[in-house]
Design a protein around this ligand. Structure first.
Ligand code: ADP
Length: 284
């Protein structure tokens, strides 16, 4: 289990990126949702020990991550948001090099580990191909292969599905589900659907603070009977009287959703809340 206690971080320009963050994250995929600028990457980099918090602690299975950085990094895999690769180098060459950095000094053992990872992410047949020729989905799967080197207990994945086509996204989601079986996998994203589809537990971050955490199913339950929809987007009336959740396209037309304990007017019908409703009400 990953335990985050009272993490704070203020940048030199005065921006408070993390305001007293505490979370307990069990094995499996944990989704961290939040708009751009909420502090997700700051939190991810802090957990990846690439950046120091001003205060607070992070422990993985009882051990403080900052106590022995070398040891912690062995237990940690990280797929950053902008994952640069050397375009002229082949997948197997780069992974082999990265395995050296992870401490695999024995060549034979290293080759076995590298090949095993390439098999797992389904890139073995492309292992001699230059990384510059990889599609977005292949690059992300390569990113997972490097994050998995050394069988880390904590894997941190920062906004992985942006820019993937639907088929690649599904393949990538399946891969994340597969590798999260017996470890903590933290998935940071601003794509609500990724969390809805993948994560049994989640938290929503807003301006550096956790505004909601728990299971998406429970959060949906909390909203049951309180989300109302009407066709159209006459906001003038709505914003004054009820809490506007969103206006969005539904079944080919624009619709407005509001949060209300009672039926706002006869134009509104009760709808099943979805995770977008959870997300936008949490950010209100
Ligand atoms: P997210 O990943 O959710 O988009 P970030 O962690 O990147 O959020 O940023 C959180 C806030 O901290 C933003 O307001 C951002 O502008 C600011 N920020 C991020 N990195 C730095 C930095 N190195 N120096 C100053 N401000 C930063």
């Amino acid at each position: 289990m990953l335990v985050i206690q009272e993490l704070c971080k203020t940048y030199n320009n005065g921006i408070e990126a993390l305001k007293n963050i505490s979370l307990e994250i069990p094995h499996g995929i944990f989704g961290l949702l939040g708009p751009n600028g909420a502090g997700k990457s700051t939190l991810m980099r802090t957990l990846a020990t690439l950046q120091d918090p001003d205060s607070g602690t992070v422990t993985l299975d009882g051990t403080d991550l900052r106590r022995d950085l070398q040891q912690s990094r062995q237990n940690l895999g990280y797929l950053p948001q902008d994952f640069g690769v050397y375009p002229q180098v082949s997948a197997v060459e780069l992974l082999d090099q990265l395995a050296v950095f992870k401490g695999f000094v024995n060549r034979k053992q290293r080759r076995a580990v590298v090949e095993e990872q390439l098999q797992l992410v389904n890139l073995f047949d492309h292992r001699h191909q230059q990384l510059g020729t990889f599609s977005g989905g292949m690059r992300q799967r390569f990113g997972i292969a490097q994050a998995l080197l050394g069988a880390p207990r904590l894997i941190i994945v920062d906004e992985p599905t942006a820019g993937l086509d639907p088929a690649e996204r599904i393949r990538f989601q399946n891969l994340l589900a597969e590798i999260s079986q017996d470890r903590v996998l933290l998935l940071s994203t601003h794509i609500v659907e990724d969390v809805a589809e993948l994560c049994p537990q989640m938290a929503i971050l807003k301006q550096g603070a956790i505004v909601q955490s728990g299971s998406p199913l429970e959060m949906l339950d909390n909203l049951k009977g309180r989300v109302w929809m009407c066709p159209g987007e006459d906001l003038s009336e709505i914003e004054e009287q009820w809490a506007l959740i969103t206006t969005r396209m539904e079944r080919g037309g624009r619709c407005t959703r509001v949060l209300s304990e009672t039926q706002p007017s006869s134009k509104f019908q009760l709808v099943d809340p979805d995770l977008n409703d959870v997300y936008f009400t949490a950010l209100m």
